[in-house]
Design a protein around this ligand. Structure first.
Ligand code: AMO
Length: 434
């Protein structure tokens, strides 16, 4: 809309056109107020019934809450108005009417359950605290991109329709591809490795991953966004350095650029940017620390995966972001390299927030014959992955990388209870629409 002023920019003494949604109407008899809301905030529009054009006043008062109005008028200082200024209108137009009954109250006076909110995301995102989550998500992604660029990584985009999976056969969504079976990709894993073997050397991707897992938990989605890194001539420790730097950069950027949003979310006072130097515990140390607390019924032994409960106990113990390194080779996928001096232990690592896992990664097996052996050990047919394995015969340097869940990063950063709050239109067992 040409000549439109954001409500936050309306300055006393100016004639402006503002446009937005009716947040609230307050009719006090001779005088009434419309509170108009837009991307930047709210502004009061004053209607004086006896002194203003009758038709204009009626237009303003007849419009239901959440209708879209365009208001021309003069901005005046008004200490009693919520923002200290008000618009004295000269023209009011209903740009888009709203029904009198709404499925969700954007003013937040009436709480809505998460499913109702997700079914009506447009209305839900008219609430400042929900808007703030997605403004912060955008800033987080901007900062992550910038951090990768400063680590010489090039952004790539890889196919999401693939012929084979990598992260375990049961978690694939099959689709029909011109009569052939294909799948939605679970991870850019193989493609990013192929690019680490190219002249791009260091790459990153931010894109969707699809997991047909049955989990219906507050931290699993069936479509998530993964932040992936892969670097040639990197070992697992350098890959961990990059994960630490990217995470810290995201927090720093949000602290620096999203002060208002943090305030809206009630986080301004205790938003802590992580140290940037996360403790690195070996898997064995992690088991020992969990066992020493005596808080689990079971005694963890080598080869056990860490249950959600074990992760929770350990998170409480460590109290900040941390890595678990040197996982048993048997629990990590075929593409993770074992330690040269100990085939039982891998270079695989996880990066944890005290609440949950954020990242997994490791140094990759870059030697062709060992890679083929790894496929076979995992019960995968290397022939199906020939497009990938053959590149390991044409000069594949040592490389390492990781994948980080974008929603989990955002969710833990903002203390959200449910991962569905960190994505606009979540996909889960119950939810395929909107
Ligand atoms: P992994 O399967 O551990 O590793 O995934 C990496 C990170 O992605 C996030 N994530 C999810 N987030 C929400 N819902 C899900 N269903 C979900 N699945 C995964 C988590 C997890 O830590 N190829 C390897 C990465 C690598 O080695 O580079 C991989 O995909 O935060």
């Amino acid at each position: 809309m040409h000549g439109r002023t954001y409500t936050a920019d309306a300055t006393p003494g100016e004639a402006v056109t503002v446009a937005g949604w009716i947040h609230e109407t307050r009719d006090l008899g001779g005088i009434a107020f419309l509170i108009l809301r837009d991307k930047t905030g709210r502004i009061q529009v004053k209607l004086e019934k006896d002194e203003m054009d009758e038709a204009m006043v009626e237009t303003g008062l007849d419009a239901h809450r959440e209708s879209v109005l365009r208001v021309e008028g003069d901005v005046k200082e008004e200490p009693r108005a919520p923002t200290g200024v008000e618009v004295v209108p000269t023209a009011i137009e209903v740009v888009a009417p709203a029904d009198p009954e709404l499925p969700l109250d954007p003013s937040g006076k009436v709480d809505a359950e998460l499913p109702t909110r997700l079914d009506n995301r447009t209305l839900d995102l008219r609430k400042p605290e929900v808007q703030a989550v997605f403004e912060i998500r955008a800033e987080l992604l901007r900062a992550v991109r910038e951090a990768f660029r400063s680590h010489d990584a090039t952004e790539i985009n890889t196919p999401k329709i693939v012929a084979t999976g990598t992260e375990g056969g049961t978690e694939l969504f099959p689709i029909s591809y011109f009569g052939e079976e294909a799948f939605m990709n679970q991870s850019p894993q193989l493609f990013k490795q192929l690019m680490a073997g190219s002249n791009l050397e260091r790459v990153f991707e931010i894109g969707p991953i699809f997991r047909a897992e049955e989990h219906n938990t507050p931290r699993h989605l069936n479509e998530a966004h993964s932040i992936d890194f892969e670097g040639a001539f990197c070992d697992h420790t350098e890959a961990m350095d990059v994960a630490e730097a990217v995470t810290t950069a995201a927090y720093e950027a949000v602290a620096e650029h999203c002060a208002e949003e943090l305030e809206t979310l009630g986080l301004a006072d205790d938003f802590a940017v992580p140290s940037g130097d996360f403790p690195r515990l070996s898997y064995q140390d992690a088991l020992d620390r969990v066992n020493a607390t005596g808080e689990l019924d079971e005694h963890l032994v080598w080869g056990d995966d860490l249950s959600t409960e074990a992760e929770h106990v350990l998170g409480q113990e460590v109290g900040e972001h941390y890595f678990i390194t040197d996982w048993p080779s048997e629990v990590k996928p075929f593409y993770i390299k074992d330690h040269d001096d100990d085939a039982e232990t891998s270079t695989g690592f996880d990066m944890m927030h005290p609440r949950m896992e954020l990242v997994s990664g490791g140094q990759r097996e870059h030697r062709h014959d060992e890679l083929i052996a790894g496929f076979e050990q995992q019960g995968l047919d290397p022939e199906e992955f020939e497009y990938y394995t053959k590149m390991f015969r044409y000069g594949m340097p040592p490389h390492a990388g990781w994948g980080m869940g974008c929603e989990r990063l955002l969710m833990t950063m903002l203390g959200l209870d449910n991962i569905r709050e960190a994505v606009l239109f979540p996909r889960d067992r119950q939810r395929l629409s909107p």
